[in-house]
Write a protein that binds this ligand. Structure first.
Ligand code: PLP
Length: 398
């Protein structure tokens, strides 16, 4: 036996995960993870890939042939999408209103893209007219937007109009749905979106490590007509898809058990029904928002129509200690929330209601725990009123 310190993972705590991901997992997903590994070229694994692919199409709301899952996280899917869609010299427009949209700029520039940023105030969404003005004055080939900007809790709710504008000007539209797909209504084909990616550990409640994406006809044309090879061999979708389609050409060792987990997560989505799942997220968020406001706390996103149900940003009240509060939530209640990112660091908390975690008992535990902790810090808030307001929403017929 070595002297290396040994952490007993049998006793890894079962946290209540209310950060901006990962979310809590369903027991069936854990069970799927622990099934025997088969070879990545085993006919059984190909069946798993096929069923996962079919279910991903339903989840994305698409019939796109190029729909698959990469062995990476949401950031990897962002990178994969951008390296495939951008060639050196291409003009790219990024709607920037938070940390994740800002990262799109960083990656697009590394692809050699000439990036223009639509700098939107944090807490606001990109307006179609703003995109139109940019497209009229610049030969932009790709527009990049984040559906749920997890750093602010804003939902980009005018994607269909923006897609129309993009196509009228010959630009493609790429959308990040890492924090929204499976939790918020989304329709790739109906909204005519060209490329969409997501992650596993947020609204799908599958562990981090597998990231789905889908590319439509226009995006496929871009891949076909590229004059330069995709700078990343690993993320070159023209190569990866040959592993996912009937050619079955080895590209990488498929993450077998993560694909089982993804498939089980997608079956759970299907059993619940997408519409019912969206409604569950909306209902839990409504209770959380009512509770926080009744406590006397302020939501960072002022326009209710722009509040994303899957992640809520709440302003840290005067007199409250950011780090101590989050530490107390974790240590006393086993409950994780997220701290502020970027401009909201030290000023806001990010509370996730995603996948399995978008339920009333998470809302009530968080409000009750937060109320007690803040009162103990001498911050005057109405803890009881918060619980009452949230309870009233949860008890009302939907
Ligand atoms: C979480 C998140 C990502 C990054 O995903 P990882 O799985 O952490 O790599 C990207 N975009 C958005 C909007 C996110 O919320």
């Amino acid at each position: 036996m070595s002297e290396t310190p040994h952490l007993n993972l049998d006793r890894a705590p079962a946290r209540t995960l209310m950060g901006p991901g990962p979310s809590n997992m369903h027991p069936r997903v854990y069970a799927a993870l622990s099934q025997p590994v088969v070879g990545h070229m085993d006919p059984l694994y190909f069946k798993v890939m096929d069923e996962a692919q079919a279910r991903l199409r339903t989840l994305f709301g698409t019939r796109n042939d190029l729909t698959l899952a990469l062995p990476t996280t949401g950031m990897g899917a962002m990178e994969a999408s951008l390296v495939n869609l951008i060639e050196p010299g291409d003009e790219v427009l990024v709607g920037k209103h938070g940390v994740f949209s800002g990262r799109m700029t960083g990656i697009a520039e590394r692809c050699g893209g000439k990036v223009r940023e639509l700098d939107i105030a944090w807490g606001r969404a990109v307006e179609p007219a703003q995109v139109e003005a940019e497209l009229k004055s610049h030969p932009i080939k790709l527009v990049c937007l984040v559906h749920a900007e997890t750093s602010t809790g804003v939902i980009q709710n005018r994607l269909p109009e923006i897609a129309k504008i993009c196509h009228a000007h010959g630009a493609l539209l790429l959308v990040d749905t890492v924090a929204s797909l499976g939790g918020v209504p989304f329709h790739t084909d109906e909204w005519d979106l060209d490329a969409v990616y997501t992650g596993s550990q947020k609204c799908l409640s599958v562990p981090p490590g597998i990231a789905p994406l889908t590319f439509g006809k226009r995006a496929e044309e871009k891949l076909k007509n590229r004059k330069t090879p995709v700078q990343s061999w690993f993320f070159d979708l023209t190569l990866v898809r040959k592993y996912w389609n009937e050619e079955r050409i080895y590209h990488h060792t498929g993450p077998v058990n993560m694909t089982y987990a993804l498939l089980e997560g997608l079956r759970l989505v299907d059993e619940e029904g997408l519409e019912a799942r969206w409604a569950r997220h909306a209902h839990a968020a409504k209770a959380l928002h009512a509770g926080l406001e009744a406590m006397g706390l302020a939501l960072f996103v002022k326009d209710p129509a722009l509040r994303c149900p899957t992640v809520t940003t709440v302003e840290i009240p005067a007199g409250a200690d950011d780090v101590k509060t989050r530490k107390a939530l974790l240590e006393q209640h086993g409950l994780e929330i997220g701290g502020g990112l970027g401009a909201l660091k030290g000023k806001g908390w990010r509370v996730g209601l995603m996948g399995e975690g978008a339920v009333g008992n998470h809302v009530l535990l968080f409000l009750g725990a937060l109320g007690g902790i803040l009162n103990a810090q001498g911050v005057k808030i109405k803890a009881g009123a918060g619980l009452e307001a949230a309870g009233a929403v949860l008890n009302a017929p939907r």
